[in-house]
Design a protein around this ligand. Structure first.
Ligand SMILES: Nc1ncnc2c1ncn2[C@@H]1O[C@H](COP(=O)(O)OP(=O)(O)OP(=O)(O)O)[C@@H](O)[C@H]1O
Length: 293
């Protein structure tokens, strides 16, 4: 199955309904209109074990509808694992994950959620247009949709080119185009701008904003901090925990930093200080982060 066609293939095995730690980030509800009722993604007490280690340690996230949310964090912090969990393709999951009001991975979500993984996956020996026509048939999108998504990702000139002959950035855009087919209400995009030139990156962020304005919820991961400021909200992940969940302006105001990178470093320093032996406070990192200077 090609990636980027919005197909969630499997339910997490260990969804625990009514988890005792059902807790919404107080900060989120303070500053956003999102509630459990209007949320596109509602995650409570998510723990994920990969191999022998737990890589997400009780994550709570509420993503409101029609927002462009950046999922940022260093390499290995758990961004992909969180996205896979949202798509219902991750094993070793406990906690609750509701997507558009349904358990993550529900068959009914297949046409409603678009997913782009870090590894573009298309058929190399057919053209870009043929790939997209195939994915359009999978998600039940009208054939005319192929031209729309080709234009959206600026790949019309390559429509007749064999997919295997595309550049890396062009291949990523084919995946994105496939995820846009139909009318997804949620797009989960794992590092979609990696390897793209600055002009194209700006164009794609423009597209994400347009989609969000039209009511699509867009969750975009990146480890490039300067992309943070392009989002409506930011989720900063570190070592499997949400360090903070805020607007870009809120984050800068809370930390007194000049830019997102500096803000992130300040939050990490504050969290480390709180965790240091002998420190009085041992609250949850999500709350400790709010206490950052
Ligand atoms: N199959 C696996 N088995 C064991 N551990 C894994 C497996 N896949 C990922 N991990 C570990 O889980 C943690 C989170 O990985 P994940 O890919 O979610 O991070 P990430 O933030 O997306 O990183 P990157 O930005 O480098 O893609 C890492 O420590 C990683 O080594």
């Amino acid at each position: 199955m090609g990636i980027g066609c919005g197909v969630a293939v499997r339910k997490p095995r260990a969804i625990v309904r009514n988890h005792p730690e059902r807790r919404i980030l107080h900060h989120m509800t303070n500053t956003s209109p999102g509630t459990a009722e209007t949320a596109t993604i509602d995650i409570r007490g998510l723990r994920v074990k990969r191999g022998h280690s737990e890589v997400l340690h009780g994550v709570d996230v509420l993503v409101p509808r029609g927002r462009l949310v950046g999922l940022l964090g260093p390499s290995g912090s758990g961004k992909t694992t969180l996205m896979r969990s949202i798509m219902g393709v991750q094993l070793g999951v406990t906690g609750t994950i509701d997507v558009l009001g349904l358990p993550a991975g529900s068959a009914a979500l297949r046409r409603r959620v678009g997913y782009v993984t870090q590894s573009p996956s298309q058929y190399d020996d057919i053209t870009v247009r043929q790939n997209l026509a195939y994915f359009a048939s999978v998600v039940g999108a009208p054939r005319g949709d192929v031209d729309r998504v080709l234009d959206a990702v600026e790949l019309r000139p390559q429509a007749r080119q064999l997919t295997g002959s595309l550049s890396g950035g062009q291949r990523s855009r084919v995946s994105l185009a496939a995820a846009l087919l139909g009318a997804p209400e949620l797009l989960v995009l794992d590092e979609p701008t990696v390897g793209l030139d600055p002009v194209l990156r700006v164009q794609l962020w423009g597209l994400f904003h347009t989609l969000a304005r039209d009511g699509v919820t867009v969750l975009v991961s990146s480890h490039v901090m300067d992309e943070a400021t392009r989002c409506d909200r930011l989720l900063l992940l570190r070592e499997g925990e949400v360090l903070t969940d805020d607007t870009p302006d809120g984050l800068l105001a809370a930390t007194g930093a000049e830019d997102a990178e500096e803000a992130f470093l300040k939050l990490i320093a504050a969290a480390d200080e709180q965790q240091a032996p002998g420190h009085a406070s041992h609250g949850h990192p999500q709350h400790r982060a709010k206490e950052a200077p």
